[in-house]
Ligand binder design. Structure first.
Ligand code: FES
Ligand SMILES: [Fe+2]
Length: 430
């Protein structure tokens, strides 16, 4: 059975009409009014990823980031609790922190020096006599966002009535647990990050992290630049066991290397890649063979991309975080991760950073090619906003897996259908 999607424009009176089961309107990338609605209906209601716990290693540590377009500071307060505070002074609205990350006792607004604690409480107001009888400090904390964590991933929401984070993540939790196994027996920590902007809509990026179909086309030069074992590992186009599951709530997981999905499931038959021979030798001086095998087998991460709607993907061996700036402007952060263990693992993390740079770095063989594709989608889609963007690949071969998740081949557009299903639900919520 086939559905004709060739000439059918996607229009309708409401935002929800612009998303169908097999196609979405091109204007989803170009319409500024839709973008404004997305900011209030999606980014001010959903749980948005803001940090990894390793970025806040002790009381007083903080990072600045955004929830949608709202600037926030994520802090660890004196009691060790992680807080997300709106980066906006309660006096006349100035931002109280402009540092990307650091350690502080609190935040003092540069305009009139109102000072706030790490928990957001207003502590001091200069020349307080003018406020006699008109100001209660306890009523003027920095606005606190609900903040919850799972598996080291910290999320915040502007919606006081949002469902609990664990409900929001649902069946994606198992995959977060699996992703963190790439610590090879140690917790995972952030090694570094780089940030870039592309002139396109945030959903083009969201789609890309669940787009297995583009891999051998766009990443031909990366495939040609790596050793044969790595190229073979990423040859999933005709592997029937490589699948994508729709996990519900807009989340999905694309398994490119199914043998690495659960790194604890290791029968010892898979040889370690020859490219890591030197590393194995170095580590073997201090670690036992089982520990060496565990960290080296996890060098490329878990071989799956877990897409969490709306703003973060746990992608193979890094986090990819998106921030919508305008309908045609998105900031992407690539956050490299590795095991947080004894100093002998420094060599592992150096090697992981080199692999990361090779694909994801600004001069890498992967991301710059992706970015060219995203720019072109934005330019092309502007040509005819009502023409459909197709998301129907593999819909006729999609089946429920043992857990009831719609599942199709890793090259199919199951993950995009999952994300747009959630988009439609949230955008249609009047
Ligand atoms: S705006 Fe912050 S102290 Fe005045
Ligand atoms: Fe790509």
């Amino acid at each position: 059975m086939s559905t004709d999607v060739t000439g059918a424009d996607v229009t309708g009176p409401t935002a929800a009409d612009l998303v169908r089961a097999d196609r979405v309107a091109g204007r989803l990338y170009t319409d500024p009014e839709l973008f404004e609605l997305e900011m209030t209906r999606i980014f001010e209601r959903a749980w948005v990823w803001v940090a990894h716990t390793s970025e806040l290693p002790g009381p007083g540590t903080f990072k600045s980031t955004h929830v949608g377009r709202q600037p926030v500071i994520v802090t660890r307060d004196r009691k060790g609790e992680i807080r997300t505070l709106l980066n906006r002074c309660r006096h006349r609205g100035a931002s109280v922190c402009e540092k990307p990350q650091g350690r502080a006792n609190g935040f003092t607004c540069p305009y009139h020096a109102w000072s706030y604690g790490l928990d957001g409480a207003l502590r001091g107001v200069p020349y307080p006599d003018g406020y006699e009888g008109v100001l209660e400090k306890r009523d003027l904390s920095l606005r606190r966002l609900r903040t919850e964590s799972y598996g080291g991933m910290v999320f915040a929401t502007l919606d006081p009535d949002a469902e609990p984070l664990e409900t929001f993540l649902g069946d994606a939790r198992l995959w977060i647990d699996r992703f963190m196994k790439q610590g090879g027996g140690y917790p995972v920590k952030v090694l570094g990050r780089h940030r870039f902007t592309f002139r396109g809509n945030w959903k083009i990026q969201l789609e890309n992290t669940t787009d297995g179909y583009h891999f051998p086309i766009v990443h031909r030069s990366w495939m040609a630049s790596v050793d044969a074992e790595t190229a073979d590992m990423m040859s999933f186009m005709t592997d029937p066991t490589a699948v994508t599951h729709d996990l519900g709530h807009g989340h999905s997981v694309m398994q490119m290397v199914p043998a690495h999905s659960d790194l604890d499931a290791d029968d010892g038959s898979e040889p370690l890649q020859a490219r890591f021979d030197g590393l194995v030798e170095e580590l073997s001086a201090t670690l036992d063979p089982a520990a060496v095998r565990k960290v080296v087998r996890a060098m490329h991460g878990t071989g799956f991309n877990l897409n969490l709607f709306p703003n973060v993907s746990l992608s193979a061996a890094f986090f990819r975080v998106l921030r919508p700036v305008a309908v045609d402007e998105t900031v992407i952060e690539h956050v490299a991760i590795g095991p947080d263990g004894p100093p002998e693992l420094d060599a592992v993390n150096r090697a992981r950073l080199r692999i990361h740079e090779h694909f994801q770095g600004p001069f890498g063989f992967g991301t710059p090619d992706d970015a060219e594709g995203w720019d072109r989608v934005q330019r092309g889609a502007a040509a005819a906003p009502d023409m459909p963007i197709l998301i129907n690949r593999g819909s006729a071969r999609e089946k429920a897996d043992a857990d009831g998740h719609p599942t199709a081949h890793v090259t199919d557009e199951t993950g995009m259908r999952a994300a747009y299903g959630r988009w439609k639900e949230m955008m249609g919520d009047d």
